[in-house]
Design a protein around this ligand. Structure first.
Ligand code: AQP
Length: 348
């Protein structure tokens, strides 16, 4: 117990809707499994976030279990990490409301993701606008030290830090101020057809995104048709050569080799050779994950059991912080004792 308390607390969330991409693997799953070695990890299937854009209720249940299967297939271990659903722990929705009091309306309106998604949808929900407040609560409830995410979440993380600091300043020291961990290589995997844009579950075309569940031949074909440039030189220069640089980053993520080593390896080779090699390395990376995923997703009851174990652990870990928030904000204690009092959040 004492040993676990010493380890840094790690939290990250991932949405259950949409087909998960190689980008999600690189900025998300890959990091989760790695941080498990060094920290006390909480990995949350953020199903409440999925309501922020149009979704199919009939699919949400299945896609939530599928995402749980994928989290375990990419290396998370239910014993060592806490894997759970956001909607199973009501503290998340409560925290979002409380934190909305210390979130600036202006800052929410400046979120790039809000602006991009609002432009892409006819109906723009209030949930899309307030989504980063819910995300701040997700993270802050666990007194999180580190948040492994992709580069697209940098701005939301900054907002979560601002919210924590404003709350601490106004109501007294309550939250740890978390730090993002964004991989230097593979923190922003780009679309294969539009290499100036992020590979995205909602905005990429079928050919532009590689899905974790894509069969090997589909993956190879997507890389064969990836957009490059009119030069011939294989070198890493994201601004001048976004397509080729993206391919080198993807291969570095898939094989663990440095970009430098890959540049050396492809001296004198053509773009066709590079595309074939990257495609093959991604097939090798994703095939075992896909096989484990297929086996795990077949056992729904076991996935539900694992998620309830995770939810129980997450409830216990988040309750003291939620209580302290209510307390600090001046809410009256009910007769039954709304606040635990004795249980203080970790580190406070
Ligand atoms: N292209 C990417 N490169 C690196 N990391 C990425 N992530 C997402 N895209 C890339 C990271 O994946 C984690 C989970 O993201 P999410 O729950 O936000 O998943 P999502 O919304 O379904 O995925 P997208 O593709 O990000 O959807 P859109 O574009 O619709 O918002 C996060 O850590 C994220 O940074």
């Amino acid at each position: 117990m004492a040993a676990t308390e010493q380890k840094p607390r790690i939290f990250s969330g991932i949405q259950p809707t949409g087909r998960k991409t190689l980008g999600n693997y690189s900025g998300g799953f890959r990091q989760y499994a790695q941080t498990q070695e060094t920290g006390d990890g909480f990995f949350c299937i953020v199903d409440l976030h999925s309501l922020s854009v149009e979704y199919d209720p009939a699919e949400l249940r299945r896609s939530t279990l599928d995402l749980a299967a994928l989290l375990f297939a990419t290396g998370l271990d239910a014993e060592r990490s806490t894997v759970f659903c956001q909607s199973h722990v009501t503290a998340h929705a409560e925290a979002a409301w409380l934190l909305s009091a210390v979130t600036s309306y202006g800052q929410l309106g400046r979120m790039t993701q809000f602006k991009e998604k609002a432009a892409a949808h006819e109906f723009v929900s209030a949930a899309l606008f307030t989504y980063p407040v819910l995300m701040a609560g997700d993270i802050l409830l666990y007194q999180t030290d580190f948040v492994p995410v992709g580069d697209d979440q940098r701005q939301h993380l900054e907002l979560a830090r601002d919210v924590a600091q404003r709350f601490n300043h106004r109501y007294g020291e309550t939250f740890r101020v978390p730090e993002a961990i964004i991989p230097e290589i593979g923190g922003r995997i780009m679309d294969l057809q539009e290499p100036a844009d992020k590979m995205s579950t909602t905005l990429s075309s079928e050919q532009g995104a590689v899905y974790i569940a894509d069969p090997p031949d589909v993956i190879r074909k997507k890389f064969k048709t990836a957009v490059t440039d009119s030069e011939r030189e294989i070198r890493y220069a994201p601004r001048e050569k976004p397509g080729v640089s993206n391919l080198l980053e993807i291969m570095s993520v898939a094989t663990g080799e440095s970009i430098k080593a890959l540049e050396q390896r492809f001296v004198g080779a053509g773009y066709g050779d590079l595309k074939d090699a990257v495609g093959e390395s991604v097939v090798e990376l994703l095939s075992p994950i896909r096989e484990r995923f297929e086996a795990l997703r077949a056992d729904e009851r076991e996935l539900q059991r694992l998620l309830s174990v995770g939810a129980e652990k997450a409830r216990r870990a988040s309750e003291p912080t939620l209580d302290l928030m209510y307390d600090r904000m001046g809410f009256a204690t009910s007769e039954a004792g709304r606040f635990f009092g004795a249980a203080r959040p970790r580190g406070l």
